[in-house]
Each structure stands twice: as structure tokens, then as C-alpha cells.
Design a protein around this ligand. Structure first.
Ligand code: GDP
Ligand code: GDP
Length: 461
């Protein structure tokens, strides 16, 4: 599971600054789900080769009257979903009453808290942070988020804590429900798998979409039975349910992000939608099934989720659900809006389905297996080199600095998603448009659908 780190603190301590710095390396993709998450922001971060999810819990105004209420709902949920909490304080402002109020609440939670004193730039750090020991939260990490100082060590220690905790959890819960958290999954050593191994492995399929698009209905339809929708399962709201299934001789592992709807009490179902859950499911999946509601259209939330999937290099199939009972004019209008808003993702197949009636659901699986097979396809160097030569014959690369760019050969550099390495003279100087042309040429020649193709260029001179 991709680790989750939450940033907590009163306004102005530097949470956004740290958030932006952590997510910058991969374009900050900020999920802003009105009504669901208030001012929480989610981003994918990558530091020293480790991937994790950062959540900016937004300003918790500790000196406000209603801190109990405020902490209790959305921010609390964000903390509950996190593996580690970075509690940020402002070394310049010094210790505030609000910090104490927040610390009090954090102490009550069974969460690992890292106390982080920000803005130590230009200060004598040890002196400036001394007063924060009064919070009784242990070590104090000194950082300057705006300068990038102290961040690597902080994150390394936070992630190390997550790993240790994760290892303990595994032992402790080994008897837990096998469908939770993918315990049924076989061991994976991705780089050493052959095509045959891939054919035997279940295709991990994440069912992703905003609340009410029809995820549960679709899962039930696929499984062909009415499943109970309100679960009272071990784990938290962030757990997805893993359901093994077989269809036409292929094995799948459905990752059902709508499945866990834990009840707090008889009447109250804890927020069933969780961004963390969606992001972790995307990270763990081979193929992401993005589900949209035809009647709602493509929302910015949809695009954010899709952005996460694309950013993670996942294979993607798009399902436009609730395609039943719409008249032809409405369908045309929806289709043209989709063309406009989803034009940027040219590799994914789009299906129009009705989860309620089952229309089009079978065909989805053709695209899902196609996407998976495409992402794990083995292609020889000679084949790739032949394709490069054909591409060049059809359309010569432009000159660069008075010399023709020369493409020599290509080989596979990785799978899932497929990576093709193209060698030649000055190939790193190729224009974006020629790169796109090549990628499309590879896609057509290799019949790769549903998965992004990455192409890397290496100069041989
Ligand atoms: P948030 O409300 O907690 O998200 O805080 P912001 O990230 O918006 O930062 C509040 C202010 O503190 C901004 O003016 C930042 O430029 C400033 N700031 C953030 N990090 C640092 C730092 O490391 N050093 C200094 N001197 N200022 C910082
Ligand atoms: P989830 O929150 O994504 O799991 O969505 P649900 O599966 O709970 O569905 C939300 C609502 O949309 C329910 O009232 C469903 O009956 C309805 N719904 C789901 N799929 C369809 C469909 O294909 N057509 C129509 N008309 N309604 C649907």
C-alpha cells in the first residue's frame, strides 16, 4: 500500500509550502472535492525513489471555539487515513495556544506524530525550537519548507516508521479477512515475469469513480449477485475490498473502492468515499476502470482522479455509466462533451454502459484484458527496430543544428507501462511533435491499446 502522510497545523505554518515542495516533482495533482473533503488537498509525492501520498489537511484553527467539532469531522478523517502525521509549527511565531490545542488532540489519536518546526531559516534552530518541547511530542524536526531544508531526513524517518508499522500489522492481522488489502495477491517480482506468468496472474482491476457514479451497482452486476452494501469490517474507511473472480478463462482481482461502508452507529455510515482509498487502489492496480456518470458529465473531480491514474502510468479503460433511458439528442451532446474533455487521453477505450441493466458490461472486459495484455506485451528488439525504420521512411525526422537526426534502433526498456528506448544520433533533440508521431506509430504497429507508451531517447554519439 502506498503510504499516506498527513500535514497538520494551524494556518500559516507552511503546510502548503511543504505540500507543494513534496508534490512538485510529479506535477501537483490536487484533489478538491467540494462537500466531501472541504479544504483537504491530496498529492502524489516522490522522494528518493519512494512514492507516497501527501494530504494537506487544511487550516485547523486551533484557537477557535469549535476545534472539537472541526477536528472531529473532516480533518480527523484525514488523520485517521494517514500512516504518519507531520504536525507543523512555526519556529518564527513561537509556541501558540492553538498549537497546544492541536497537540492535545493528536496525543489522543493512535498515530505516529512527527513534530516539525518550520521556518528555521536564518534562525538559531536549536534555540528557536526549544519551547516546542513543551508540547511533549518528542523529537523536533527542524525544517525550512520554502528552502527545501531538512525535508529529506524528515520524510525518510516518517516513511521508515510506516514500513516498520506495516510489517507489524501484517503479523498482527494475518488472520484477517483475506479479501481486505489484497492479502490474496500472489507474490510479485515484476521484472522477472515472463508473458506466461502474466497470463496466469490475476489482472488487478481498480473500480474508480466519484460517489454515486455506480461503482457498487457495477461490482454487483459483474459478480452477478446482490452483495451486502453496508459492511462492518475490520480496518478503516480507507480499505478497499479485493474480490477474486474469473471470466472467460482469465483471472481478475476486483479492487472495489466503494465496498467498505463502515457504520459508526446504526444510522450513520462513515463517508464511503475516500480519495486516499482511490489513490491507493490506482497505485495497486494493473488496470484502472474509470467510471463516469453520463447524466453528470465529466467533472473536475473525475479529471483529477483520471490525472492520478495517468500520472501513475496505469492502463485505463473508461466507462460512461447510466447510458440507459437517454434520448438520442442527449447522447450526442454527451458524446461531444466527452470528446472535448477527454481528448487528451487518446489511448483509453471508452464504453457506454448501464450497470443497472447490464448493457455493455461484458464488452468492458475485452478492453480490460486488451489493456493489460498491451501493458505487458513482450516485443523484440528486431521488431521495434523495424518499426522505427518504417516510421522514419514514412516521415523523416526534422533537421537539428543543420544535421539530420538519425534513429538507429530501439529496444524494450520495461513493461507495465511499456517503455521503448530509441537510440540514434541527436535523438534527444527530437521535437515534441515527432516524439508524439513515433509513440502513435508504435501504438498502431504493436496494437497497444489502453495503456500509455513511454519512449525514451538515447544519443549514441
Ligand atoms: P499554510 O497556511 O500552513 O499552508 O502555510 P503556507 O504554506 O501558505 O505558508 C505561510 C507563509 O509562510 C507563506 O508566506 C510562506 O511563504 C511562509 N513560509 C513557508 N515556509 C517557510 C519557511 O521555511 N521559511 C520562511 N521564512 N517562510 C516560510
Ligand atoms: P457508487 O457510490 O459509485 O457505488 O454508486 P452506486 O452503485 O451506489 O449507485 C448510485 C446510484 O446510481 C444508485 O441509485 C444506483 O441505482 C444508480 N445507478 C447505478 N448504475 C446505474 C445505471 O446504469 N443506470 C441508472 N439509471 N442508474 C444507475
Amino acid at each position: 500500500m502506498t503510504p499516506v502522510i498527513a500535514l497538520v497545523g494551524r494556518p500559516n505554518v507552511g503546510k502548503s509550502t511543504l505540500f507543494n515542495r513534496l508534490t512538485r516533482t510529479r506535477d501537483a495533482l490536487v484533489a478538491d472535492f467540494p462537500g466531501l473533503t472541504r479544504d483537504r488537498k491530496y498529492g502524489q509525492a516522490n522522494l528518493a525513489g519512494r512514492e507516497f501520498i501527501v494530504v494537506d489537511t487544511g487550516g485547523i484553527n486551533g484557537d477557535e471555539e469549535g476545534i472539537d467539532a472541526k477536528m472531529a469531522d473532516q480533518s480527523l478523517l484525514a488523520i485517521e487515513e494517514a500512516d504518519a502525521v507531520l504536525f507543523m509549527v512555526d519556529a518564527r511565531a513561537g509556541l501558540m495556544v492553538a498549537d497546544q490545542a492541536i497537540a492535545e488532540h493528536l496525543r489522543k489519536q493512535q498515530k505516529k506524530v512527527f513534530l516539525v518546526a518550520n521556518k528555521v531559516d536564518g534562525l538559531d534552530g536549536d534555540v528557536a525550537v526549544a519551547e516546542f518541547y513543551a508540547l511533549a511530542l518528542g523529537d523536533i524536526y527542524q525544517i525550512a519548507a520554502s528552502q527545501g531544508r531538512g525535508i529529506n531526513i524528515l520524510i525518510e524517518e516518517a516513511l521508515a516508521h510506516v514500513e516498520v508499522a506495516g510489517a507489524e500489522d501484517e503479523e498482527e492481522f494475518s488472520d484477517a479477512d483475506p479479501f481486505v488489502n489484497g492479502e490474496l495477491l500472489p507474490e510479485e517480482e515484476e521484472n522477472e515475469q515472463t508473458a506466461e506468468d502474466y497470463a496466469r496472474l490475476p489482472i488487478k482491476l481498480a473500480m474508480i469513480g466519484c460517489p454515486n457514479v455506480g461503482k457498487s451497482t457495477l461490482v454487483n452486476r459483474i459478480l452477478g449477485e446482490e452483495r451486502v452494501v453496508v459492511y462492518d469490517m475490520p480496518g478503516t474507511t480507507r480499505d478497499s475490498i479485493y474480490i477474486p473472480m474469473e471470466r472467460n478463462g482469465r483471472n481478475y482481482m476486483l479492487i472495489d473502492t466503494a465496498g467498505v461502508r463502515r457504520r459508526k452507529n446504526i444510522n450513520e455510515v462513515v463517508e464511503k468515499f475516500s480519495i486516499v482509498k482511490a489513490l491507493q487502489a490506482i497505485d495497486d492496480a494493473n488496470v484502472v476502470l474509470m467510471i463516469f456518470d453520463a447524466r453528470v458529465g465529466v467533472t473536475s473531480q473525475d479529471l483529477t482522479l483520471l490525472g492520478f491514474a495517468i500520472n501513475s502510468g496505469r492502463s485505463i479503460v473508461i466507462a460512461i455509466n447510466k447510458w440507459d433511458g437517454l434520448d438520442a439528442g442527449v447522447k450526442d451532446r454527451i458524446k461531444s462533451e466527452l470528446d472535448r474533455r477527454l481528448g487528451f487521453i487518446d489511448f483509453a477505450r471508452i464504453h457506454f454502459i448501464s450497470a443497472l441493466h447490464g448493457t455493455g458490461v461484458g464488452n468492458l472486459f475485452e478492453s480490460i484484458t486488451e489493456a493489460f495484455d498491451s501493458s505487458t506485451k513482450r516485443v523484440s528488439t528486431s521488431m521495434l527496430t523495424r518499426i522505427v525504420r518504417m516510421a522514419v521512411d514514412d516521415h523523416q525526422p526534422p533537421m537539428y543544428a543543420g544535421r539530420r537526426v538519425k534513429l538507429r534502433y530501439a529496444h524494450a526498456g520495461g513493461y507495465n507501462p511499456p517503455l521503448i528506448v530509441v537510440h540514434g544520433n541527436q535523438v534527444t533533440k527530437l521535437s515534441d511533435s515527432y516524439r508524439r508521431y513515433l509513440i502513435n506509430y508504435f501504438r498502431r504497429s504493436l496494437k497497444i491499446m489502453g495503456t500509455p507508451i513511454k519512449v525514451e531517447f538515447r544519443d549514441s554519439d
